[in-house]
Design a protein around this ligand. Structure first.
Ligand code: MG
Length: 263
C-alpha cells in the first residue's frame, strides 16, 4: 500500500482515556522507519493542542506540536477568515475563546444593536444557560449563520460512558431557532484537503484512521480517500456492517496497521 500521510483520530484509536492501545508504539515506529507522515486530528475544541501533544508524547510516541497536531479549532479559524467574518458570538471553553480572540472580535453578551456576523459553537464543558440563550437570540434576530467546530453528539469518557458534545448542543439551538449548524471538523472533507496540501501528497496517498463511523470514516468517504475503521473504540463490527458508508479497511486496532501497510 502506497500511503504517505496517515490522519489519526486519537481517543478510541491511539489510546482509550488514559491507556495507550496495545501495539501502538510499534505501529508508530513502523511509520517513522518507512517515512510515512502522521498527524493527529481531533474534533474536540474543548482542549488546547498542547494538551494532546503532552498526552501523546507521554505515551512515548514521537511527535511535535507544530508538525503533528491539528484540531477543528484551526479549521474553524480558516473558515471564518476565508469568509471575512469579523464579529462573533462564541459558545465554547475558555481555550477556544482565547484562540478565536487572536483573530476575531468576540461579543460577550446579547444586545439588540450589536453587530454580529456569526455564532460559533464549540464543545463546551463550561456551558452556562445564558450563553445558549444569547446565541439563540442572535440567530433569531439576525440573518447570520451558526458555525460549529464539530458535529459530534457525544464525547466518550471512561467506563463506556458519554457526555454531551457540540453536535448535541447545536441540536438544542436548532430546535429553538430553526437554524442548522454548518459543521466543520470531521466529517467535513475540508480538513483532508487542507492536510494533503500541507504535506504535499495526493489524496490517494492519504489514509484516515479512526473508531467513529459518522466522523472518522465519513470524512474519508466525503473526501474520497481510503479509511480504516479500528474496532478498539466506539464502533463494533456490527455497527460497521449496519452503517451505510463503508470504511476501506477494518482492523481490530492499530496494532495491525504495519501488516496492512506492508501489503
Ligand atoms: Mg475516537
Amino acid at each position: 500500500m502506497n500511503k504517505k500521510l496517515i490522519i489519526f483520530d486519537m481517543d478510541g484509536t491511539v489510546y482509550l482515556g488514559a491507556n495507550l492501545i496495545d501495539g501502538a508504539l510499534d505501529a508508530f515506529d513502523y511509520l517513522k522507519k518507512n517515512n510515512i507522515e502522521y498527524v493527529f486530528f481531533t474534533n474536540n475544541s474543548s482542549h488546547d493542542l498542547e494538551f494532546y501533544e503532552k498526552k501523546v508524547k507521554n505515551f512515548g510516541i514521537e511527535c511535535s506540536l507544530e508538525h503533528n497536531f491539528y484540531s477543528s479549532t484551526e479549521v474553524t479559524i480558516g473558515y471564518l477568515k476565508d469568509r471575512n467574518i469579523k464579529n462573533i458570538y462564541v459558545i465554547g471553553n475558555k481555550c477556544l475563546k482565547d484562540k478565536l480572540k487572536k483573530h476575531f472580535t468576540l461579543i460577550d453578551k446579547y444586545s439588540e444593536n450589536e453587530e454580529v456576523d456569526a455564532v460559533v459553537a464549540g464543545f463546551s464543558t463550561e456551558l452556562v444557560y445564558q450563553e445558549l440563550k444569547d446565541a439563540c437570540l442572535y440567530l433569531e434576530t439576525r440573518d447570520i449563520p451558526l458555525i460549529a467546530t464539530n458535529g459530534d453528539y457525544r464525547c466518550p469518557i471512561e467506563d463506556g460512558l458519554y457526555i454531551p458534545d457540540c453536535g448535541g448542543m447545536c441540536e438544542w439551538i436548532r430546535l429553538c431557532t430553526g437554524k442548522t449548524a454548518t459543521v466543520l471538523g470531521k466529517p467535513n472533507p475540508e480538513i483532508i484537503y487542507y492536510l494533503a496540501k500541507q504535506f504535499n501528497v495526493s489524496l490517494d496517498e492519504v489514509l484516515v484512521v479512526g473508531d467513529r463511523l459518522y466522523t472518522d470514516i465519513l470524512v474519508g468517504v466525503n473526501a474520497k480517500v481510503d479509511s480504516l475503521c479500528v474496532l478498539s473504540g466506539e464502533s463494533s463490527l456490527e455497527d460497521v456492517k449496519s452503517y451505510p458508508h463503508k470504511p476501506t479497511y477494518i482492523l481490530k486496532s492499530i496494532k495491525e496497521l504495519p501488516d496492512l501497510l506492508g501489503k
